[in-house]
Design a protein around this ligand. Sequence first.
Ligand code: ADP
Ligand code: MG
Length: 505
Amino acid sequence: MTCRIRVLSDNVISQIAAGEVIEGPHAVLKELVENSLDAGASSITIALEKGGKSLIKVSDDGEGMSGEELQIAFHRHSTSKIFSAEELVNITSLGFRGEALASIASVARVSAVSQMKDAAEGYSLVIEGGIQKDFVPAGAAPGTMIAVKDLFYNVPARKKFLKSDQRELDKCLNIFRALALSRPEIEWTVFVEDKLKFKYAPADLSQRIGDIFGREMREGLIEVNLTNGPYKITGFAADKSHTRKTRQYQFIFLNNRRIIDRRLGFFIQQAYERIAGRDSFPCYFLYLEMESSLVDVNVHPAKLEVRFRQEWEAGNFVKRAVHKALGVDSFIPQTDIQPRGYFSQPHSAQRLSMNPSVQAQLYQSPVELGQSQQTDKSESEQQSSDNGSEAYYIPDILFQLHDKYIVTQVRDGLIMIDQHAAHERILYETALKALTSGSAVTQKQLFPRLIEFTPMEDQLFEQLLPCLNNMGFGIKPFGPHTYLIESIPGGGKISVEGGLARGMR
Ligand code: ADP
Ligand code: MG
């Protein structure tokens, strides 16, 4: 009987390893750039095509590789970063597993050119699906260029799982932002579909945050700086006014490696306890440094998660640093508004008169707002619709409290309405209708307004633009990351507070 168990070939093992390490183009980008950083690069250029599906190219001016090294680099478990298992407890480089290049080369068409700083010439290597196709001397600049084409061309099952070009591009750019933040002293250049997308000169951290997230973010930052025993933390945390509705602006770097650590995030959130609400997340860019022996980075294939030897201690240290930076005073927001409510003269609820059609809209349930009125109705409601044409009980007494809430009686009790939320709901339904029916009424503005975005917001806005135009906005591109609003949906007005209007001038 033939033996059914065999040892897999290196190429198959690499493809399997690629399943863990190379999730998609963004993971390739991360591995290539981390190699450039480990090679001591001071300038890194990235080129992406079709969201990285057809090309991810990373060029650096780092130490380069000899011809022999260039070939070995693509073998499985080949690394210049560690030599023994003991070194695993003391890792200072970003890479050490020696599997990224082999994994990438097993699932793509790769060409690489590298030259060492003082060498007379460099070498060029081509590998497709793990098989070396070409290796020749080549004239090159000192440093390394690695181009990864047609990712997963030989693994159709994995290719199918890739998202749209735009989604994959977004993921790549998110990785790029984290890398650019991890090393602001480096010059970064990014081309997308052959067009220059970002160029960041060497900078300090605050400037880099501004490059990426815009001036407004940069100006709202408070410096964080604390050292205690083996721990040191530097960076910035934003004050209360810079909380956002997503965690997208939360960055923790550990020894210059971006990490995702929910527990550490939790400690930081605690430092913000009294200012951050349920849906508001503080923005921060924190750089934690500690002896590499106090942390195990070898617990996650992409090295995104780490294990702290003293998790509680590390977490508390970070929390204390953020707490100290925010200062007790910053918990109390500065405001010119006179105190109202409990601390002011009690004023009686105000009686409102309201146009009946607005009242009717306010008293419809969210479900009914969007549909024809076919929902189940209680007996009493049924009666009322039978008696008259009105399906809803329209109360005649309304009270407004603190310019915020409307309180009134209905047949079975009382209703309290958050005025602002109700208004938003009405606008939302109108916008939805316009979006689906394409029947938006627009209103030309006498004075068109300019709106300016950060590069990251612009990326998103470009995608939203067709929808906004459908909804009745007349918005045109007007220079880099800037748009001109010529018309807005009928009945609306441009607000200068909050939301998209933040960058308006
Ligand atoms: P690791 O980074 O874990 O060592 P990789 O497969 O990513 O493994 O890379 C293998 C080796 O190739 C690295 O250890 C390094 O010596 C070399 N290498 C890869 N990319 C570069 C680069 N851009 N410049 C110089 N050397 C590189
Ligand atoms: Mg590597």
